[in-house]
Design a protein around this ligand. Structure first.
Ligand SMILES: NC(=O)c1ccc[n+]([C@@H]2O[C@H](COP(=O)([O-])OP(=O)(O)OC[C@H]3O[C@@H](n4cnc5c(N)ncnc54)[C@H](OP(=O)(O)O)[C@@H]3O)[C@@H](O)[C@H]2O)c1
Length: 378
């Protein structure tokens, strides 16, 4: 029986993870659920899965606490997170954004297997991720696809690795139209149903920029080897180009439960309880180049990746704060990437050497974004 902790259980990936575990009741025991708020959703998950421990960062009400099922203990904050990780064999990190860094760090330090959905942690904790590769199974559909391909080819066969991007809702918009894009339009992703931060990142393509850096850390690749290609249908998730001109492509339906199930059971492969798809139903399969004039985030991520050190947490922190300003309707859509670029060009902090310093650098970037906003956009 696999003992699983689900961090960020109430979100999009967390809920889909629980949906998968429900289909394998004799093989997976959900021992811990962790979320930010002591919400009704967390409470109902506690009833459905009867974990040993439930954790929230927000203090629950007395009513909420007294409604927990018998046999489920409540522990608040970091103490609870530590306990959740300790009692699991595998830890799904589906916490969103920068908040996912500490959980990934604690999971790897505790020697547990990390099912890695949160990407900000994989980017910012580069050294630790590189040292812990044999205990990390990527859940992000693109990296899960590459993980499966790269386990079958040797390094010296590879010419390039491609991450596919749907192109988001603004793929065919002009820059003028993108300037006026609203929050609702940015949150309306054509292919995936995800949390709001990653959905906005998918519209700016910063998500793909992050994924390039994620691939470098996860698979020990040079940044120059990692490329992005637009693939509007989102059925091919990863492509490896070999030196002899062969392409190996990994395809599956646009359904996060597929990579989640793979990561939960790896190296075993399970029969899908979610049905199968005929190759014809996956067609057409088209590829287009990325318009990097319109989607400057790809260039910014490359810049941060080449500079390394503080630039990487600054990219991550600045993006999160700029997306927050956009979701609060304080800045325009294209301002997100402009503000991230301005923040990167003002980096004057030392390279972080510990997780605490990484979090401090992220805080510096968020502060800098607020300063730039006050100075130029308010
Ligand atoms: N969604 C996808 O299809 C997808 C695909 C690939 C990768 N990812 C990555 O997976 C991660 C999760 O994405 P998502 O779309 O599932 O996000 P989401 O729907 O916004 O859910 C985020 C989850 O994190 C929890 N959370 C936030 N701050 C927390 C904290 N400090 N401590 C504990 N829990 C906290 C939230 O709890 P509350 O509900 O209480 O706020 C919620 O359960 C992101 O890093 C994203 O980039 C997502």
């Amino acid at each position: 029986m696999l003992r699983l902790a689900v961090l960020g259980s109430t979100g999009s990936v967390g809920s889909q993870t629980l949906e998968v575990t429900e289909r394998f009741p004799d093989e997976i025991e959900v021992v811990a659920l962790v979320a930010r708020r002591a919400s009704d959703k967390l409470l109902s998950q506690a009833f459905r899965f009867r974990p040993k421990v439930v954790v929230s960062y927000e203090e629950p009400t007395k009513d909420w606490l007294s409604s927990l099922p018998k046999g489920t203990e409540y522990v608040n904050g970091d103490e609870g997170l530590k306990e959740a990780i300790r009692m699991a064999d595998r830890v799904m990190n589906a916490v969103s954004g920068v908040n996912g860094i500490k959980p990934a760090y604690m999971t790897l330090k505790e020697g547990k297997v990390l099912l890695a959905s949160n990407k900000e942690s994989l980017i910012c904790l580069g050294d630790l991720v590189r040292r812990s590769r044999d205990r990390i199974i990527p859940v992000d559909s693109e990296h899960n696809a590459l993980f499966q391909i790269l386990s079958k080819v040797s390094r010296d066969e590879i010419r390039f690795v491609y991450l596919t991007a749907s192109g988001g809702p603004f793929k065919d918009w002009t820059i003028e139209e993108m300037k006026r894009a609203t929050k609702d339009q940015a949150l309306n992703h054509p292919r995936w149903n995800m949390g709001s931060k990653i959905t906005v990142d998918s519209a700016t393509l910063m998500n793909k920029g992050f994924e390039m850096l994620e691939a470098v850390n996860l698979f020990d690749l040079d940044l120059d080897t990692v490329k992005v290609v637009i693939h509007p249908q989102s059925v091919v998730h990863g492509i490896v180009e070999l030196k002899d001109g062969t392409y190996i492509m990994h395809a599956s339906r646009t359904d996060m439960r597929i990579p989640i199930m793979h990561a939960l059971f790896y190296p075993e492969r399970k029969d899908s309880p979610f049905g199968r798809s005929d190759p014809v139903s996956l067609s057409p399969v088209e590829f287009e180049p990325v318009d990097t004039e319109k989607f400057r985030s790809i260039y910014l991520a490359r810049w941060a990746g080449e500079m390394g050190g503080a630039y990487i947490p600054v990219l991550v922190g600045a993006d999160e704060e700029a997306v927050k300003l956009f979701l609060e309707e304080k800045i325009g859509f294209l301002d997100i990437v402009d503000i991230v670029e301005k923040t990167l060009s003002e980096v004057n902090v030392p390279d972080p050497e510990s997780v605490e310093e990484i979090l401090e650098t992220i805080e510096w970037a968020r502060e800098k974004v607020r300063e730039i906003y006050g100075r130029e956009y308010a």
